[in-house]
Write a protein that binds this ligand. Sequence first.
Ligand code: SF4
Length: 205
Amino acid sequence: MDFRDIAAFKMSYKNNENRKEILRFIKDILKADADGIKRLKELAGEVCELTESVDPFIQQHTEAVCPDRRKVCCVNRHSYHEHEDLVYIYALGEKLPSYSEDVGDREPCQFLGGQGCAIRRTARPYRCNWYFCAPLLEHIQGCAAADYRKFTASIQQLTGKRESLLNEFLRIAEKRMGSLTPRPVLKENYRDSRRGKFSNRTVPD
Ligand code: SF4
């Protein structure tokens, strides 16, 4: 079983009610496993620390590149926390930002302000933090070799921790699924998810 087999995770995450439902599902899955929750919290804390540690590096490059770009990467369809982000956010004990459903997918992101993103980096959707457009990537690659190596090593470490976090959640979910009584919509999504293709892209389309 993998992530696409978890019932709730085929629900659209672009809807406020669905996100609440997915968070309830995650809470249901975890509630009887104190050790699992402890481990998830540790891993989420480590992902958070690593994200914080690379923040100044990324910030210095986005400040140099983004203001001159006429095409805004931060469009609203990228602003939503996906299912995996919700596991991380839940384990971290973070609150989701409040979303307006009146902003269109192609409009500038509702969290984009004059000073950049209003969500602090550690709580942003994964794709927001780890998507680098070509000009940004080029700028980053122009830095000192030692800084670049340190940056890529941090990203690798962070990706590994996030994967461990999601795998740990899966392990707990597999243990619990038999004793859960999924809501009808979750059962339906569970069946559908076996046929569907799960997307774990981090690069916006
Ligand atoms: S980084 Fe922030 S402003 Fe940009 S798409 Fe993500 S949530 Fe929106």
